[in-house]
Design a protein around this ligand. Sequence first.
Ligand code: B12
Ligand code: SF4
Length: 469
Amino acid sequence: MKIALISPKGPLYRRSGGVFKKSLRYQPLTLTTLAALIPAELKPELQLIDEGIADMPDNLDADLVGITVITGTARRAYALADALRQRGVTVALGGPHVTLLPEEASEHADTICVGYAEDAWPQLLRDFAAGRLEKIYRQSEDFSLADKTDMPFARRDLFDKRDFLTQAVFEATRSCPHDCEFCVAPAAWGRKQYQKPLDWVMADIRQFIARTGQRRILFVDLNLVADKAYARELFTRLSELKVQWFGLSTVLIGHDRDLLELMAKSGCKGLLLGLETVTPSSLRDANKRFNSSIDYRALIADLHRLGIAVQGCFVFGLDHDTPDVFDATVQFAIDAAVDLPRFAVLTPFPGTPLFHRLEREGRILTRDWELYDAQHVVFQPSNMSARQLADGHERAWKEVYRWRAIGQRLWRAGSLNALGLGANLGYRFYARHLHRFYTCDWPLDSRWSLPWQAARSLAILPEHRSVCG
Ligand code: B12
Ligand code: SF4
């Protein structure tokens, strides 16, 4: 059976003309995991296409195409799916956006997969081979990763390693027990964290090290410390592997000194923290009050003392944010010596509590999913105009990645080394080219947002077309 798996491009994330250069690009696990799950008895002839690194072939030859869809790539995914189906190719769609909006996705697919696909995808393929494909495959109620001791490892080797900064990407857990208002994870997959068997996780890392000799690895888990017992066991076992690793955690790690030290001892060299905002009342807006229990500066200093660099993520546009939030956040990132600051525009991804609230309040400005990439403003902010938010966000990126600011941050952090500098240079490029994506006609001047919205809902105006695609 000829099977092609596609990860569609978005305006910022694409082979040419994007801003996500190789220095920031690690290899996602989505397509390589799906590839590994294909039953061998189907004798698959496989093709993996990640439009972030390669163009679509003109005449894709496949019996079945599986496309992964996140909200920002939904428009592109649907266009590809429609074109392929017109040529008689069977199309399956899956991923976070399909899980959030199954009815919409169904209109563009022969079949869809809702939720995690470790059980559903092999079933879907067997049904296709037997000529009894169903319209929808769902993650079962009792889905678990803990019992999947013989899961195949992701087929990382199917991509050319030269296209990525690293292929050493791993996953131990999925989803997160918190319920931040803007987050896709609890909305799509619920608040139960799914945990892979630790023997399996270790075996995956070991076989990768044996094959490549690389000992610097990255975890894409959304919250590695959600379950402290699991995290403790994971870190203990990572120590045995003598790896250096990078991953994501909530700031709550600051409450557990022992776990923090164990984390450092296990080889953690970098942690992405969702700091979100320097405006305390905005943490309440985001239903992320637990962040206020931690002194960010003290935590960052502690992490630095333990040799762990901090990628601090902030979001702009929360309801208590005023136009001075941009400068305040940049200044905080410099003063607190955040090694790698990242800014995003608050984005009401469909299916999240934030989307439902803003929709009730009449503040959603567009449903053009291509603009839902956390770099465009797609809703009416409460204390500034959409334009102020877009401009302030872009300015903040530029400011925090000025040479002087990079130097100050890294010097204070004590991480003025090749790794710290390399990552900062990657983001400096990103920061300095972001404006290209605001050359499209969005966001509108807020004076026009609401009349535009009204006109469009009466179908007087066409759907927004960005020049980015
Ligand atoms: C790698 C990654 C990226 C990569 C590539 C993403 C892509 N596919 O295009 C890059 C760096 C480009 C990226 C960018 C962004 N990302 Co991202 N990213 C991830 C990350 C960290 C890991 C993905 C991964 O490898 N997961 C492991 C695999 C095994 O899980 P999976 O992808 O969910 O796949 C499983 C199922 O969903 C299903 N499945 C998935 N696809 C398909 C397809 C078929 C046919 C089938 C049958 C099944 C199926 O099967 C798999 C096995 O169960 C996830 C978080 C996470 N841990 O998942 C966020 C995540 C996907 N990203 C997210 C976001 C918000 C973004 C950004 C907006 C962030 C930003 N500020 O820049 C941008 C948007 C880019 C855009 N074009 O709009 C959100 C998705 C939100 C949404 N509704 O779309 C996630 C879920 C994180 C989160 N909690 O918010 N991201
Ligand atoms: S802590 Fe992070 S991953 Fe968990 S719900 Fe909040 S934003 Fe999402």
